[in-house]
Design a protein around this ligand. Structure first.
Ligand code: FMN
Length: 274
């Protein structure tokens, strides 16, 4: 028989999970120190392969350090992503990099120097930035199969993703906002932060009070993604289906990015699709 108190716990957890959203526009107002501790505390309870706990957290509050890190990020990670994205058809590009114009170098400079549209604010303005670091040697805790059967360093990165998800949920539960700032090129960030060679810079989590309103999330329906007993081939997507799906997904999520109309083909086409 179902246990009502357990279901109440689930309801709270579910509400946090399905109302959390990525917040890319954070106010500079400080957050309570005990909130920061609660976020980090939630992070350390994540699951990891053989309990190797490959994570460490670098907490940045110093304004200059946050800005130096942001500049290094914009000049390497963002620029790298911008050029990689230009290789894809316009509508399949990540919304943040859907630019039009003949002079792409000029378009990149505009993005580099802007805050990235109405829905963004440079993340160094957030009161706290948590940089999640990973120590790959802690993966030695796991069984050898983690390395030898084509799973590469998955026990390392899966564990790091888990600690980050714990923190994202804790952040949402405290009424704060954050987003997942993927690090593509680590080295310049390591130089800013003094991180040793053997330690990875995995993720940037900026934390603070949201400066945008909550919007409904977009997720695939359970009936599309759940199989019973055997794989249901009617749910299998061909390569063409996947591309078609991506086009539709971009259409549905563009409104969450609110790119300036001038950056879009036509006039605000992406927003209309939402
Ligand atoms: C592995 C991963 C990488 C992501 N990378 C970025 C990123 O670099 N920048 C960003 O703004 N959001 C990033 N996100 C956030 C996703 O875009 C976001 O979670 C997704 O669009 C769903 O929206 P929601 O978080 O508002 O529900 C990432 C999320 C994950 C899990």
């Amino acid at each position: 028989m179902a246990d009502a108190s357990r279901e109440a716990d689930y309801d709270v957890l579910y509400r946090i999970m399905n109302t959390r959203m990525s917040v890319r526009r954070i106010r500079p107002d400080p957050i309570p120190e005990e909130y920061l501790e609660k976020i980090l505390e939630a992070g350390r309870w994540a699951m990891s392969g053989a309990n190797g706990q490959p994570w460490e957290y670098l907490v940045i509050k110093d304004a200059k350090k946050k800005k130096d890190l942001y500049d290094a990020f914009q000049d390497t990670n963002q620029e790298f992503c911008f050029w990689m994205e230009q290789m894809r058809p316009f509508e399949l590009r990540h919304p943040a990099f859907q630019v039009k114009g003949d002079d792409l170098k000029d378009e990149w400079q505009k993005i580099r120097n802007s805050s990235g549209g109405q829905q963004r604010r440079p993340w160094h303005e957030a009161p706290v930035v948590i940089v999640v670091l990973g120590d790959g040697r802690r993966q030695w805790a796991t069984v050898n199969a983690a390395f030898t059967f084509g799973r590469h360093a998955s026990h390392f990165t899966d564990g790091l993703a888990n600690t980050c998800t714990h923190m994202q949920l804790a952040i949402a539960s405290l009424g704060l906002g954050s987003h997942w700032g993927t690090v593509h090129v680590q080295e310049p960030l390591k130089r800013v932060l003094g991180v040793p060679d053997l330690i990875d810079v995995y993720l940037i989590i900026s934390v603070g009070y949201a400066d945008i309103e909550r919007k409904p999330g977009v997720r695939r329906e359970l009936k599309e993604i759940v199989h019973h007993d055997t794989y249901d081939m009617s749910k299998y997507m061909s390569n063409e289906d996947i591309i078609d799906y991506l086009y539709k997904l971009r259409g549905k999520t563009m409104f969450r990015y609110h790119l300036k109309d001038s950056l879009l083909p036509g006039s605000g086409d992406g927003d209309k699709k939402a």
